[in-house]
Design a protein around this ligand. Structure first.
Ligand code: ZN
Length: 341
């Protein structure tokens, strides 16, 4: 097995004004992602719960502009698919309403509005809402690969609340698909292929086995879905899920999606306990029609505004250096999240 967890600790010294300028040693850890080898920095600060967010103030911002995803508007103002692609122009399932995105992020791009309710706090999400949303997204993807043979790479994505980059509060997924992967998706697919060639096994299968044996970052499993704290986090709290035996999102069964929804609800419970209000989520698929070295996996990364000015939590590190900063060790995060599983 070839899973290697590489890290290096470095120390910085300051003269601390809080203790009469005595010397204080600060610790920084650089970690290499075991698959992509991308580096991240972990600063283990003694942060427990974050400060509460003024949700009403957040909801007020932009409230004078009508929401295009609310029930009285969504049928009128959102685009339709051609009938020979999707009969009736949109997909409907429970409260879910899926239609083409106006913005061409990819060759195929859809939005799946999850609820009729405009704002849904994390506490009000149910297994049914999540199951309906992700399974409708998978129905769309299965139709895509049926009608467009050039579609090889796809993913299901979610920006929840404005601090995650989501400009519309109304909860919705974004599904993208086309002939090119995104940068990170491509790096994962290439990394998975290299690993498979070298070791003869799937990276993610070995990752699960290694993490389960170590126990430090293994959160729990529900059906085929295994939840882990990411060794090399891409944000403040980075929780990942791997779906065993599935290379592509179009292979997910209803039971897989239900198990994923159940796990995500537990993650939401943790977010509420520690005052995380917002997140980015991506559910990645491998190269459709390629080899079987990939496993469907998700990353959920919390987002927030930094006090006291409400600054963005994405800085020169993420934007210009391509390096993420985490303020909590994944091993500590794992202990906390495990309490909700
Ligand atoms: Zn709305």
């Amino acid at each position: 097995m070839g899973i290697a967890f590489k890290s290096r600790q470095q120390h910085a010294k300051i003269l601390n004004p809080a203790t009469g300028y005595e010397e204080k040693t600060l610790t920084l850890e650089t970690r290499w992602d075991p698959l992509t080898k991308r580096t991240v920095r972990v600063l283990d600060l003694p942060i427990k719960k974050l400060e509460k967010l003024d949700v009403d103030a957040m909801l007020q911002k932009g409230a004078e502009v009508p929401c295009p995803f609310c029930p009285d508007a969504v049928e009128q103002v959102t685009p339709r698919f051609a009938d020979d692609f999707i009969q009736g122009g949109r997909l409907r399932f429970g409260e879910v309403f899926l239609f083409p995105n106006r913005l061409p992020f990819d060759r195929h791009c859809a939005v799946a509005v999850l609820t009729r309710q405009h704002y849904l706090p994390l506490a009000d999400f149910t297994e049914e809402i999540l199951f309906n949303g992700f399974s409708t997204a998978c129905v769309y993807l299965r139709r895509l690969v049926e009608v467009d043979p050039a579609t090889r790479f796809f993913s299901i994505n979610w920006n929840y609340l404005p601090m995650s980059g989501g400009s519309i509060i109304h909860p919705h997924l974004q599904i993208i698909g086309g002939s090119l992967p995104t940068q990170y998706q491509g790096a994962m697919i290439q990394g998975g292929r290299r690993y498979h060639k070298q070791w003869g096994t799937a990276f993610w299968d070995d990752l699960i086995a290694t993490e389960q044996a170590l126990g430090e970052r293994y959160i729990g499993a529900l059906g085929n879905t295994v939840w882990l704290a990411s060794y090399a986090p891409l944000g403040f709290a980075d929780i990942m899920a791997v779906v065993r035996d599935r290379c592509s999102l179009v292979e997910l069964t209803d039971q897989d999606i239900r198990n994923f929804a159940q796990g995500l609800l537990r993650v939401f419970k943790y977010f509420q306990e520690f005052n995380h209000y917002s997140f980015n989520l991506a559910l990645f698929s491998g190269h459709y029609g390629g080899d079987d070295s990939f496993r469907v996996n998700a990353r959920v990364v919390t987002r927030r505004l930094l006090p006291p000015s409400g600054a963005s939590d994405s800085s020169y590190f993420e934007k210009l250096h391509g390096e993420s900063i985490s303020y909590k060790k994944p091993e500590r995060l794992c202990e906390e999240v495990r309490g909700c599983f």
